[in-house]
Design a protein around this ligand. Structure first.
Ligand code: FNR
Length: 353
């Protein structure tokens, strides 16, 4: 059996293989509600053989959305539509996950297909918040710096969102602490110039994440799993970097987080990122070796033998796949065939290949 198709047990959850659908915004919601698009999109990836399907960044408060068309889970009314999705993902033998998010200073933006610029006025605009009043682009309206009370409210919103996520049937809760959104903005000295308990030292800059985890962890029974996505570097001198990510990962492991999902970048607009094959892998590798956490790598993975090699050489434990799964929801079925593993084609399609 290949490594890619070997199971992984995390507490009482068994991932049937190492392929995780990476969270990807669909910009297709109204008032945060999921609809037919989300249902078909996510359930197709379960039918396609991914072990875990992680739903796109789903906002814990309305002002935490990147755009007005993001999914949200800030009210109980959102639960029913999500429940339909999770029920079918499980029916087709995958584990439903949700990425809980607050976009911080990168909220109130237009849809990615429209360029994603900040919307400054009108029904799709709102006031943004961040650790410090520093805009993403000089031309953006600066965010309002959160008071400590506001930070506590954010942590509570993550808790309420987790309670709703569990009611909706998600088994993996992933906290979005990457890509320059609110939590990452606290981590990085480039966006956090606070002088209170939430700025300055490393311990202070990561405090918001631990406030959130303290709210969520008591809810996580053994059939549920808590994951965190980080950007392991800002790709900018003086910003958040791999040594700090390693330090954070060790603390997360100690705290009881199950998986670290290692991405990079997104904090500032002018970072020079050497995008190419394996460009994010050394970060996952460094974190895995130093922290002992179950580690996911992501970025430009399209070929099964390449994924297999990353697992064989123990650079990571999980392979997160984004755009390849947008183009080919059935990629895992084809990958199993290519690697000579047991055929995982659904019975319904079995006579047709
Ligand atoms: C993304 N990505 C992303 N990441 C995240 O943490 N939350 C999100 O909601 C999104 N949204 C999103 C939308 C779209 C359309 C794309 C293409 C990407 C990043 C994604 O999860 C992944 O990390 C990157 O795309 C790199 O992996 P691939 O696509 O090269 O496999």
């Amino acid at each position: 059996m290949s490594k890619l198709f070997s199971p992984l047990k995390i507490k009482d959850l068994t991932l049937k293989n190492r392929i995780v659908m990476s969270p990807m915004c669909q910009y297709s919601a109204i008032d945060g509600f999921a609809n037919d698009w989300h249902y078909v999109h996510y359930v197709s990836r379960a039918v396609g053989g991914s072990a875990v399907v992680i739903q796109e960044a789903t906002a814990v408060v309305p002002e935490g959305r990147i755009s007005y068309a993001d999914l949200g889970i800030w009210k109980d009314e959102h639960i029913d539509e999500f429940k339909k999705i999770t029920t079918s993902i499980e029916k087709y033998s995958a584990i439903p996950g949700i990425q809980l998010a607050h976009a911080g200073r990168k909220s109130s933006c237009d849809l990615a297909n429209n360029g994603g610029a900040q919307i400054k006025e009108g029904p799709h605009a709102w006031e943004t918040v961040a650790p410090s009043a520093i805009p993403f682009l000089p031309t953006d309206i600066p965010p309002t710096a959160l008071y400590e009370d506001g930070i506590k409210e954010v942590a509570k919103a993550f808790k309420e969102a987790t309670i709703r996520s569990i009611k909706a049937g998600y088994k993996v809760i992933e906290i979005h602490a990457a890509h320059g959104y609110l939590i990452h903005e606290f981590f990085s000295p480039l966006t956090n110039t606070r002088t209170d308990n939430y700025g300055g030292s490393f311990e202070n800059r990561v405090r918001i994440l631990f406030d959130i985890i303290d709210e969520i962890l008591p809810l996580m029974t053994d059939d549920l799993s808590l994951w965190v996505r980080i950007s392991a570097t800002d790709w900018v001198e003086g910003g958040w970097d791999l040594p700090q990510s390693i330090e954070l990962s060790k603390l997360l492991k100690e705290k009881g987080v199950d998986v670290i999902d290692v991405s990079t970048g997104g904090l500032v607009s002018d970072a020079k990122i050497p995008v190419g094959k394996n460009y994010q892998v050394p970060f996952a590798d460094g974190i895995k070796q130093a922290s002992g956490l179950i580690t996911g790598a992501v970025g430009l993975f399209t070929e099964a033998p390449h994924m297999e090699e990353l697992l064989e050489t123990e650079k990571c434990d999980l392979i997160f796949i984004g755009r390849k799964l947008l183009k080919d929801p059935y990629f895992p079925i084809n990958a199993a065939r290519e690697l000579g593993d047991t055929d995982i084609t659904p019975d319904q399609y079995g006579r047709r290949h």
